[in-house]
Design a protein around this ligand. Structure first.
Ligand SMILES: [Zn+2]
Ligand SMILES: [Zn+2]
Length: 446
């Protein structure tokens, strides 16, 4: 009897597949996260590994890499079964030695056909050719413990690439970076080029006092990490910079951050930065920064990308900078079942948030030409925020092609969409330099 190991955190997908395969004569072993799945893979040496991609504790790419490096598992064929169909993900899966890539919901007949085909000698499904990724691609008392209000400040609001110039002066041209002061913690969301002026401001604020900073990285696309080499506090030994994020599709967080600072690209290596820099890959989707609870949720974006929800005594802030909402186009492309499940997860993730900062890169017209690129359409984003019961929505990750006038008109349109839906949600377009304070019942200007 042949053995198949199914690793999937979503029981509503895992259980029916297991049931079908048992009836089809397979010995089925199941795991609900990557870490325990890998242990079972080594223990049982399955003929086939059926693996999801986005899971807590260890993502599917990590599992595949570990399996491929394990000599005793050389004969194990890996089949990816995922809810997402980004070309970049297919390419990454191909690179880690995957034999087949199936997009949920998977017809059991299709799964059976693939398994039969893989049973033939030397049968490997070619991965689809990749389309270009549209990147477009416990602090010391001296720190901030005296101020308990939650404050949010935008330092970079642009997606893809910095866009300085006279037409972007109002909303700003720096890429993703948001500062949070929450319950005595100093938290930075992403290290796009906006982290450079933030670093200067922090250096001026703290002077000779030590600084303890936590940087949450949503993913390592360049517009979210490119500013880090210019982050001044990382150049002082008295400071501690704790970087948290998830392992990427192709490499670990530390390797990717160090990679952009290797000598062909930058004169100072990451390990030469004098600040106490600790890089930690998070495994679970809920964790603490000191007393502050943080939740993460995988977004609909190529590679491994998360959003973060930060809970404070005065409410919660969701930062979901890169995400394509599900809509009639994506649902038609993949069927209703699984996208609905992912959409429900994301809607639950943002539920009743005081503030949602999220990807609204495209207008409805532009979006028609960018379906499947992993970025949001403003109309969808407004309805998504309303469905989640969000109080205030910030349109974020502005397209580099959008000047101030375009972003203003997208904001007006977003408010019209909300009004037409009968919602009183407050909507703004994130603007570099804007800051606000979160209070328990309302959000007021700082
Ligand atoms: Zn981005
Ligand atoms: Zn991205």
């Amino acid at each position: 009897m042949k053995t198949i190991l199914i690793i999937d955190d979503d029981a509503s997908c895992r259980n029916p597949a297991a049931e079908f395969l048992r009836r089809d004569g397979w010995r089925v072993i199941e795991a609900e996260d990557g870490e325990s799945g890998l242990v079972l893979a080594v223990q049982y040496r399955p003929d086939v590994l059926l693996c999801d991609l986005l899971m807590p504790r260890m993502n599917g790419y990590q599992v595949c890499r570990a399996v491929r490096e394990h000599a005793e598992l050389a004969a194990t064929k890996i089949v990816i079964m995922t809810g997402r169909d980004f070309a970049a993900d297919r390419l990454s899966a191909d690179e880690v030695g995957v034999a087949a890539y199936l997009v949920k919901p998977v017809e059991f007949e299709t799964l059976r056909e693939v398994l039969v085909r893989l049973a033939q000698p030397e049968s490997v499904e070619p991965a689809r050719k990749a389309a270009p990724h549209p990147v477009a691609v416990v602090p010391p008392e001296s720190a901030v413990a005296t101020d308990r209000a939650t404050k949010v400040k935008f330092w970079g609001v642009r997606g893809s690439i910095p866009t300085p110039g006279p037409t972007t002066v109002f909303f700003g041209g720096n890429t993703s970076c948001v500062e949070l002061r929450v319950d005595g913690q100093l938290i930075i969301l992403d290290a796009g080029s906006g982290i450079r002026p933030l670093g200067k401001a922090l250096a001026a604020e703290f002077g000779d006092r030590p600084m303890d900073v936590t940087l949450l990285v949503t993913h390592t696309h360049w517009d979210h990490i490119q500013g880090f080499p210019f982050f001044l506090p990382a150049y002082h030994a008295r400071n501690r910079v704790h970087i948290l994020g998830y392992e990427g599709a192709r490499d670990g967080l530390a390797a990717t951050l160090a990679g952009q600072m290797e000598s062909p690209y930058f004169p100072v290596a990451l390990k030469q930065m004098p600040g106490n820099i600790v890089i930690e890959e998070v495994k679970d989707l809920t964790f603490q920064i000191g007393a502050t609870r943080v939740e993460a949720c995988f977004s609909n974006h190529p590679g491994v990308c998360v959003g973060y929800r930060i809970f404070s005594g005065s409410g919660s802030v969701v930062y979901l900078p890169d995400n394509e909402c599900f809509n009639e186009h994506t649902l038609t492309a993949h069927g209703e079942g699984l996208p609905r499940t992912i959409e429900e997860k994301l809607t639950k993730f943002i539920a009743n948030a005081d503030v949602l900062i999220t990807d609204a890169q495209y207008s409805a017209d532009e979006y028609k030409h960018h379906v499947g690129w992993g970025h949001g359409c403003v109309d969808d984003v407004v309805l998504f925020a309303i469905a989640g019961g969000v109080r205030r929505l910030y349109l974020f990750h502005h397209d580099p092609e959008h000047d101030d006038r375009t972003i203003s008109s997208m904001l007006m349109h977003a408010r019209e969409v909300a009004a037409a839906a009968g919602s009183s949600i407050r909507i703004e377009a994130a603007r570099e330099g804007e800051q606000f304070t979160l209070t328990p019942r309302a959000v007021g200007a700082m």
